[in-house]
Design a protein around this ligand. Structure first.
Ligand SMILES: [Zn+2]
Length: 229
């Protein structure tokens, strides 16, 4: 596991990258909010280089590359639809507090609203900052390949979630992604909706690939891609 790399995105807003995945840190007036914890490792030390404020962690979802260093933090938040999945992989699972659709985390300088976007996983969330007009999209909105194979992945739900985000299209100008390019344009949401529909109807040709010890197909079209069976 490699080290984390810190990048300052804006005042009190950081990206912390590790290998192929990134988490985000927002430093509020009284506390810091960490969005995901990467693959694992000494993340807390890196966070403490940026701020000594108490840290709350919110998970975009429970895939292993996002909850790796969860155990280093006391206050962890996750959508309850991820609880079983998270616990099934972690013998010493950290106690998670629930967050729900529409909940807001007000840090003073940043205010993030929870938008439930199932599909990639059942309890995947995005975080919307309405005043600063950005969205943190987790794995569901990115230029890298979105994993849509295995337990709980659901293309119908994914498309419904992209439709939901389209309805919020007027509220954000930029999306921060967990994989691939750091920032993507909101137009990608419609692209993902369309291409996911074509993949479901087998209108995109899949290229076989071995991933996590199984053969899956990579479906790539118009700058977005999915790994699926
Ligand atoms: Zn991921």
């Amino acid at each position: 596991m490699s080290e984390y790399k810190i990048l300052k995105i804006a005042e009190d807003f950081y990206s912390i990258e590790q290998d192929f995945v990134r988490c985000f840190l927002l430093v509020g007036e009284k506390e810091g909010l960490l969005v995901d914890t990467g693959l694992g490792g000494n993340l807390k030390e890196y966070v403490e280089e940026i701020t000594k404020l108490p840290i709350k962690v919110i998970f975009t979802h429970a895939d292993g590359d996002h909850e790796g260093a969860a155990g280093q933090f006391e206050k962890c938040l996750m959508h309850p639809s991820e609880f079983d999945y998270y616990k099934s992989k972690n013998a010493g699972a950290v106690e998670m507090d629930p967050i729900w659709e529409g909940d807001t985390i007000d840090l003073g300088n940043y205010c993030l609203e929870v938008i439930l976007i199932p599909g990639h996983t059942p309890g995947s969330i995005a975080l919307l900052e309405r005043e600063k007009r950005f969205l943190i999209g987790g794995d569901s909105i990115q230029t890298g390949s979105i994993f849509m194979f295995g337990n709980g992945r659901n293309f119908d739900a994914f498309r419904a979630s992209m439709m939901k985000l389209q309805g919020l299209r007027e509220c954000f100008d930029i999306v921060f992604a967990s994989h691939g390019e750091l920032t993507v344009k909101p137009d990608i949401v419609e692209q993902l909706f369309v291409v996911a529909g074509k993949v479901m109807k087998r209108k995109v040709e899949g290229k076989p690939q071995i991933l996590h010890n199984r053969t899956v197909n990579c479906y790539e079209l118009d700058g977005v891609s999915f790994f699926a069976e």
